[in-house]
Ligand binder design. Sequence first.
Ligand SMILES: *[C@@H]1O[C@H](CO)[C@@H](O)[C@H](O)[C@H]1NC(C)=O
Ligand SMILES: *[C@@H]1O[C@H](CO)[C@@H](O)[C@H](O)[C@H]1NC(C)=O
Ligand SMILES: *[C@@H]1O[C@H](CO)[C@@H](O)[C@H](O)[C@H]1NC(C)=O
Ligand SMILES: *[C@@H]1O[C@H](CO)[C@@H](O)[C@H](O)[C@H]1NC(C)=O
Ligand SMILES: *[C@@H]1O[C@H](CO)[C@@H](O)[C@H](O)[C@H]1NC(C)=O
Ligand SMILES: *[C@@H]1O[C@H](CO)[C@@H](O)[C@H](O)[C@H]1NC(C)=O
Length: 327
Amino acid sequence: MVAGIRVSTLLSLGLFMVITGTTGLYVDEENPYKTGALPVQNFTLTETKDHVPRHAVVYYPARPGLFAVLLFSGGFDGAVRVEMGYTDLLSRVAAHGFVVMGVDLQSLGQAGDTRRDNLQGSPAHSLPGSPAHTFLQQMDWARTNLNSYLANRTAGVSVDWENTGVFCHSAGCSVILDTVLLNHTAMKATAFLEPFTSALSGNSTVSFRLPALMYGTQFCEDFPFCCVKGMDWNHVYDHWSCPKTTLATKNQGHCDILDHTMWEICHTTHFCKTGDVDNWAEYHTFIQGFVSAFFISTLQGVDDWRYLHNVTDIPIGVMNAKNDTNC
Ligand SMILES: *[C@@H]1O[C@H](CO)[C@@H](O)[C@H](O)[C@H]1NC(C)=O
Ligand SMILES: *[C@@H]1O[C@H](CO)[C@@H](O)[C@H](O)[C@H]1NC(C)=O
Ligand SMILES: *[C@@H]1O[C@H](CO)[C@@H](O)[C@H](O)[C@H]1NC(C)=O
Ligand SMILES: *[C@@H]1O[C@H](CO)[C@@H](O)[C@H](O)[C@H]1NC(C)=O
Ligand SMILES: *[C@@H]1O[C@H](CO)[C@@H](O)[C@H](O)[C@H]1NC(C)=O
Ligand SMILES: *[C@@H]1O[C@H](CO)[C@@H](O)[C@H](O)[C@H]1NC(C)=O
């Protein structure tokens, strides 16, 4: 009897480990709009100490496992570094089973790298030495080095480069879109949060297939115009191939995604029109879940887009939404 229990316990334990993928890719099967289950830690990479192309913060699940990997670029002309503006978003996405590298593209203080140039529709962004090339170099650096950095911090943590995603906010999306256009085989999915980009201006379209998420907020297109019609999420959606999905939320603005202190600065200076402060925590719970839902579907292999497509499952006011996933 006792032996019998032992054998079956061992068997089900073995089965459990196969199913939950202790040796395979980590899969989050919970509702992504809840806080992710994994404990998250971070470390910083610098140009001088680590010889990484750009300063970056890495958030990782501090629990043994194989994880999909995301690289992120923020906005506001580089004025808002990852550690000032995006720590809440990136760390909470990591808790759903991702190693997330937030890249400070302007950390070397290059003038006019992204947004202003792009207002003129400059094609200079895909030239050698451009931010998009730098971003690809950052990815190369990470492919070579990141796993040993992770293993040295928490034994057993590693990244599966077969499941790489990129995402961005605001003018950071100008760089990410150029990066994707330079080499779309370097990633398996991409998300554009309130993008600002002229890369698909005119009638140019994306012909290759790469799952994409486009996201906007109601106040972003209002004065002082932190999103620009013709260069924003609707435009990227219209010029993308399949599969793709887009959503815009009500009563939110371009700065609401930021950490609370940066949000406050944006709010008091009226840099962009912001949503209600009482809503900040609720909004952050939504946006971390929304981004996670997309990458869980596309990178962790849970082929279920319900948390993106079924408005009753989305815990915030939706202004409009569209999708095209029947490719
Ligand atoms: C990294 O983690 C520490 C400890 O949790 C935290 O105090 C710090 O703010 C985090 N740094 C960033 C840039 O998120
Ligand atoms: C990891 O630790 C080993 C042994 O201490 C060390 O030789 C190596 O340089 C470390 N690697 C990184 C990327 O920190
Ligand atoms: C695109 O990126 C992948 C992954 O880094 C690499 O293997 C491939 O050679 C790159 N392709 C081009 C055209 O640079
Ligand atoms: C884009 O295509 C539309 C319809 O095909 C056409 O009317 C328009 O002139 C084109 N615009 C540009 C900038 O080529
Ligand atoms: C959307 O979600 C609601 C509540 O979870 C469910 O009742 C409904 O059937 C779902 N609709 C679709 C189209 O899946
Ligand atoms: C996604 O597309 C399906 C099928 O067209 C539609 O029923 C659903 O409402 C769409 N959901 C969103 C959020 O756009």
